[in-house]
Write a protein that binds this ligand. Structure first.
Ligand SMILES: *[C@@H]1O[C@H](CO)[C@@H](O)[C@H](O)[C@H]1NC(C)=O
Ligand SMILES: *[C@@H]1O[C@H](CO)[C@@H](O)[C@H](O)[C@H]1NC(C)=O
Length: 262
């Protein structure tokens, strides 16, 4: 009887294999979690995203960054539980790990579907907000609107764009309908719209502001920002799918180890 108990406590070959795999997958998972966490923090704190948030008049962008940060932290905690469970062959920890992973997996699926569904609606909404902030608030001296002007100038310089959508002529047209256009005198676009040389100096300010379209950034900021967002979103989606696959393996090995640890 005593010897049987001892035999039961030792992991068999399959169990050892599961333990090793669970441990290895959790190291990968941990790296993925730290990456998500850092990306989320970086997006939330970067100057570009703060300025973009000012001109799109919504905190959608920041909300996404915080969700990434929270998801990353959660992944880090869960993978540590998984690693400890495997290392100490603790059945309770392995069971807890499995349950948490299943919960996160379902949460990820649901939020992925919601994000996809919201994406098309967010596009029109953001474009409308940008037009509103440019036409009604750019250059405004009303209190609290200074950030919008600063945000637009930053974005137009950083993304080498002008206006919301379309080419330089479209941007001139949009600025001519704006509050700023009423008091800008002969200037047709703000200096931040002007084409710059390699040293970041405006090539020809006079021509630019008098409406020479060859001296004005020839693409709307909405398109430039969207391209950037899609670029990052593609990387994140790839990372997300990789994490999901790792999770499925993690759950499988956790289940296997759980059954071996009696
Ligand atoms: C403007 O920006 C500053 C810092 O960048 C912030 O403290 C302030 O709350 C912002 N104001 C508005 C109205 O958003
Ligand atoms: C700019 O866009 C408008 C509207 O789409 C178009 O009519 C015009 O020809 C374009 N201008 C140039 C220089 O491409």
């Amino acid at each position: 009887m005593g010897t049987e108990l001892k035999v039961e406590k030792k992991l068999g070959c399959g169990g050892k294999c599961c333990k090793l795999m669970l441990y290895s997958f959790n190291v990968l998972f941990l790296i993925g979690g730290i990456t998500l966490l850092v990306v989320g923090l970086w997006v939330a704190l970067s100057q570009t995203s703060n300025q973009v948030a000012n001109i799109i008049e919504t905190n959608l962008y920041k909300a996404a960054a915080y969700i990434l940060f929270i998801a990353g932290s959660l992944v880090v905690v869960i993978s540590l539980i998984g690693c400890c469970g495997a290392k100490f062959e603790n059945r309770c920890l392995v069971g807890m790990y499995f349950a948490l992973l299943l919960f996160v997996f379902i949460f990820e699926l649901i939020s992925g579907i919601i994000a996809l569904a919201c994406y098309t609606q967010a596009e029109g909404f953001i474009k409308g907000n940008m037009e509103d902030s440019l036409v009604n608030h750019y250059g405004s001296s009303e209190p609290g609107m200074g950030n919008i002007t600063e945000g637009w100038d930053y974005v137009q310089e950083e993304f080498e764009c002008c206006g919301v959508v379309g080419n330089a002529s479209e941007a001139i047209r949009l600025y001519s309908t704006s509050e700023w256009g009423k008091s800008s005198g002969p200037a047709q676009v703000p200096a931040s719209c002007c084409v710059r040389n390699g040293d970041d100096d405006i090539t020809n300010m006079a021509a630019c502001q008098s409406g020479d379209i060859s001296q004005i950034n020839d693409m709307g900021c909405y398109q430039k920002i969207r391209d950037k967002v899609i670029q990052y979103a593609t990387i994140l989606a790839g990372l997300g799918i990789a994490v999901c696959v790792i999770q499925i393996f993690g759950m499988t090995f956790a289940c296997c180890l759980f059954r071996q640890l009696i």
